[in-house]
Ligand binder design. Sequence first.
Ligand code: SF4
Ligand code: SF4
Length: 115
Amino acid sequence: MAIMITDDCINCGACEPECPNNAIYEGGVEWAISDGTSISGPYELKGNHVVDAHDKLKPVSDDLYYIVPDKCTECVGFHEEPQCAAVCPVDCCVPDPEHVENEEILLLRKGSLHL
Ligand code: SF4
Ligand code: SF4
C-alpha cells in the first residue's frame, strides 16, 4: 500500500529528499508525475484518469507535507523499507488504508515511473 502522512507532521521536511520517486511534497505545492521521474506525455493515474506527466496537479494537503499515492511505491525496488517512515522524527508516515496494494502493483508503478 502507499504510505501517507498524518496530521502529526511537524513540517520538518526531512522525508522529502529521501523519496526515490519524488512522491513527497510540501503542503500547498502542486505536484506532477514528471517531477523527479523520466516520464513525459500521457500517464494513467489510479481510477483510469489520464493526465499529461507535466500537468501541475492540486496539492493533497495545503498545510502539511503530503505523499502522492500515484507516485509512492512504498520504496519497493529501491530500499528495504519506506525511507520517509525511516527518517520521520515523529513517526507520522504510516500505511494508507485507502491505498492498499501488493508488491506486484508497486513494482509495476516503479517501472511506469522510471522507464
Ligand atoms: Fe517515497 Fe518511499 Fe515514502 Fe513512498 S514510501 S513516499 S516511495 S519515500
Ligand atoms: Fe512531516 Fe515526518 Fe516528513 Fe518531517 S519527516 S515533513 S514530520 S512527514
